[in-house]
Design a protein around this ligand. Structure first.
Ligand SMILES: [Zn+2]
Ligand SMILES: [Zn+2]
Length: 838
């Protein structure tokens, strides 16, 4: 189809412009296109354009750069069209995408794909129709069978997409046939670009203008309508709701059609008046978000908070990034509010990142009361239209303060003054799949730097790396030690699971002390949180006779038993099967559950405390958009005595009546095979413990473990973050872990075990020759060796800390992968690169 799109080049133009275009395809760089004269005045960075890619594809991309240098390696094709009157992306964003692509070893097209809400991505579809001048009877070119088939099919439709022909005829042949039909003048081909975003509109009604100009006309009109009571009523109601003769300017905006209907007017009579030209119907675009007045809530700082605020401001004069360590309930929110206010008053924008908005509705509500309609919320469960509206709200200046999840980093900010990352230690800031596999906290610091803005990291239990950076002086550091009000830290109790088991005191996975504490709380009508980081009923089933364990057919994992649906589920691929009646290996009926999930704990609690009202919060109970909110509201209203949950309950819950927190199995967190497991255990247990006892009350925390002698428990119980940090620091240094080295993990994926392994091995050999101080580990089968029928091998790289070495290494790493993918054997292997993996 080459010739179809051929444009004539203007022979001797004074200046020839070229545009570098980012395309949504996994290619390492951007492509350069020639800008035709007609587009030269209306193109620039951030405009969406349509281009031809390869011979058959039409893609929409974004202009990253406009310049006068022709590409050396190929002849630049002309741009087909410029789609916007204004840029949708600014130069800073493109700079940020570029950084992300090179730091996280992915393609800029992949970053663009993640950055743009899909409502802003145009889809292009080539369409074909029969040429209006084509005469099938006329003698001329002979048509072959397949061409006739295409024409016949086309004649039955107005138009067809090129891909529909691909279903009609095998693969590439359809393109050939269409091309041949085009040369014969039998069909037309054109592109239709579809805008995906649709604004929300409202149907409005107003009086036709001529009746306003002359009062006499209106009297005539009423005379005409005599006897048509319903139509007369509509007109009267309209004039009653909107006194347009006193205030004629109000007629322009009219009123919402449904208001008239609510006033008892008949919809068909309204339509009749519109048909007669007496009323006019029109549509207006409205916002999807409620407007709220600002300044409904004033914030008073305590002397300690005031002092902390001043310290933050002082350190911000020297440092770009600052860590605020404030224990749960210390009143960080009030300090955030003051800082945000000041930055907004100076005319800059503010971004507040949260790990998960749904879990922090009370914080969002609180901030909404202070900042009103200036604040936009970017929710992970928002619809695409809602996302586009937040995007455009930032672009138009309607929102200068955004509170959002990690993807809000990609919004079109042009003058950020402050970025706050709350709960900065949270693992959910890391994007695992697909690329870009970025860590939003780290990316936020880079984004702020590009805007010459400040970053504030907030946490009670900082990420190890953040605290390290604060200790070494790279970041500023401020701590806020006291709880707001006079509430004390909770009382901790270590419950020895094995000791209780020996004495026969362990009942349904609950130790004596935890049972007693729950009973005490229930007696006092206080609330209880029970934490277990495993959903489902039981992690797995096992045959008591032969030890058989049901496993997923597609992955290397045991299936989790979900009792409620009586089925076994794979948490990695979603595979489900019914519970077997007997062991398929030996036929025995003695199949028992092993381990404890949230579902089983919920059941056990209802057996131990039949009078208690129990609820559960985990991925299975919160799938719907308002799933979290319903459970939290129920709990907040006091309709639940005991809430069982996964790490979801460690976040954001802030209820005065919680007096007891129980950790069912602390060992499960502590003995996870990962160098961060100690850090995770410290963070998770401290966070969940912080939910016990607020305001004037002191709460209780019971931690169940088989190893009560572990040092980390003493550190958690005394709130000794520094002690924990010092010990962990020594270990990480000794065994070469971050922050002393840079980690890069590469996973190879293939349906054949050997090929996946060999690809990783070959890559290792290529990497070994790169000059850099490094340790290469693996390849080894992944912890879960097979997912969705693909085998996984891992290669770990521990790289020296120098920034320039890392940059060089990453470039060569990507080259090595490209080399391997050029090898026929490894072409179908997927290489996933994860920089700073978790
Ligand atoms: Zn068996
Ligand atoms: Zn599976």
């Amino acid at each position: 189809m080459e010739d179809l799109f051929a444009h004539s080049y203007p022979g001797t133009s004074a200046k020839t412009l070229f545009a570098d275009v980012i395309l949504p395809v996994p290619i390492p760089k951007w492509f350069t296109y020639k800008v035709e004269r007609e587009f030269q005045d209306r193109i620039g960075i951030g405009y969406r354009v349509m281009v031809r890619f390869g011979n058959t594809k039409i893609l929409t991309g974004i202009v990253a750069r406009v310049h006068q240098k022709a590409p050396e390696a190929y002849l630049a094709k002309p741009l087909l069209d410029v789609l916007d009157d204004f840029p949708v992306v600014n130069a800073l964003q493109i700079k940020f995408w570029n950084w992300m692509a090179s730091y996280y070893c992915c393609h800029i097209g992949e970053v663009m794909h993640a950055a743009l809400p899909s409502g802003l991505k145009l889809s292009t579809e080539s369409r074909v129709q029969v040429h209006p001048d084509f005469d099938p009877e006329a003698p001329g070119f002979p048509m072959d069978e397949r061409e006739l088939l295409v024409l016949e099919t086309l004649a039955k439709h107005d138009e067809m997409k090129v891909e529909q022909f691909e279903q009609l005829l095998p693969g590439k042949i359809s393109h050939k046939i269409i091309k041949s039909l085009l040369t014969k003048g039998a069909v037309l081909l054109y592109e239709s670009v579809r805008e995906k975003y649709s604004p929300k509109t409202e149907q409005r009604i107003r009086l036709a203008q001529q009746y306003l100009a002359e009062k006499g006309l209106l009297q005539e009109l009423f005379a005409q309508l005599k006897g048509k009571q319903k139509q007369e009523e509509v007109l009267l109601k309209y004039l009653q709701v909107l006194p347009v003769f006193q205030k004629p300017e109000q007629n322009t905006g009219g009123i919402v059609k449904s208001v008239l209907i609510d006033h008892g007017c008949s919809p068909s009579s309204i339509d009749t008046l519109v048909k007669k030209g007496i009323l006019e119907a029109f549509k207006v675009t409205i916002s999807r978000f409620d407007e709220l007045e600002t300044g409904q809530d004033q914030v008073e700082l305590s002397p300690l908070q005031q002092q902390t605020l001043e310290e933050i401001q002082r350190q911000f004069q020297e440092k770009q990034t600052l860590l605020l360590q404030g224990i749960t309930g210390s009143g960080k929110t009030e300090i955030y509010i003051q800082l945000i206010k000041e930055v907004l008053e100076s005319g800059s924008q503010v971004l507040l990142l949260l790990p998960e908005i749904a879990l922090t509705t009370h914080l969002v509500f609180r901030l909404k009361k202070v900042f009103g309609s200036k604040m936009g919320v970017f929710h992970s469960k928002y619809s695409d239209n809602e996302r586009v509206e937040v995007w455009q709200g930032v672009l138009s200046g309607r929102f200068n303060f955004i509170i959002g999840v990690r993807s809000s980093l990609f919004l079109p900010f042009d003058s950020l003054g402050l970025v706050i990352v709350d709960e900065e230690h949270e693992p959910s800031y890391k994007q695992f799949d697909p690329a870009p596999r970025f860590q939003a906290r780290d990316a936020a610091i880079m984004l702020a730097w590009m805007h010459q803005a400040k970053t504030l990291l907030g946490s009670a239990t900082p990420a190890f790396e953040s605290f390290y950076n604060a200790q070494t002086g790279k970041y500023g550091y401020v701590s806020l030690e006291k709880r707001y009000g006079n509430a004390e830290l909770p009382y901790f109790h270590l419950a020895d699971i094995l000791a209780d088991k020996k004495k026969n005191l362990l009942k349904l996975d609950f130790t004596r002390i935890l049972r007693e504490k729950i009973q005490e709380a229930l007696n006092k009508q206080e609330q209880v949180l029970i934490f277990q980081n495993r959903r489902g009923y039981a992690p797995y089933l096992s045959c008591e006779e032969c030890g058989w364990i049901p496993e997923c057919e597609h992955c290397d994992v045991s299936l989790t038993y979900h009792q409620y649906q009586e089925e076994l589920r794979c948490h990695y691929c979603g595979f489900k099967e019914k519970l077997p009646k007997a062991c398929p290996a030996c036929g025995s009926h003695k199949i028992t559950t092993v381990g404890v999930g949230t579902e089983r704990i919920e059941e056990n609690l209802s057996l131990l405390f039949p009078e208690a009202r129990i609820a559960r919060m985990d991925l299975d109970t919160t799938r719907s958009k308002y799933g979290y909110q319903r459970i939290l509201e129920d709990f907040g209203a006091g309709n639940v005595d005991i809430l069982v949950g996964t790490q979801m309950i460690t976040k954001g819950l802030d209820f005065d009546k919680v007096s007891l927190v129980g950790v069912v199995d602390a060992d499960r967190i502590l003995y996870f095979p990962d160098f961060r497991s100690g850090e995770r255990a410290f963070q998770q247990i401290t966070q969940v413990a912080g939910r016990a006892g607020r305001r004037e009350k002191t709460g209780d925390v019971v931690i169940q473990t088989r190893r009560p002698d572990q040092l980390i428990f003493r550190q958690i119980m005394s709130g000794d973050y520094r002690g924990f940090y010092q010990q962990e620091l020594r270990e990480r240094k000794q065994f070469f872990y971050p922050p002393f080295v840079k980690n890069i993990k590469i996973t190879t994926k293939h349906k054949d075990f050997k090929t996946a392994e060999q690809a990783a091995l070959h890559l290792k050999n290529l990497l070994a020759s790169i000059e850099a101080k490094k340790i290469l580990l693996g390849p080894e089968k992944s912890l879960i060796g097979k997912i969705k029928n693909l085998y996984l091998f891992e290669l770990w790289i521990k790289l020296e800390k120098s920034v320039s070495v890392q940059e060089q290494f990453k470039v060569q790493l990507m080259e090595a992968i490209r080399t391997l993918q050029g090898d026929k054997k490894f072409r179908p292997v997927r290489f996933l690169v994860d920089v700073d993996p978790f």
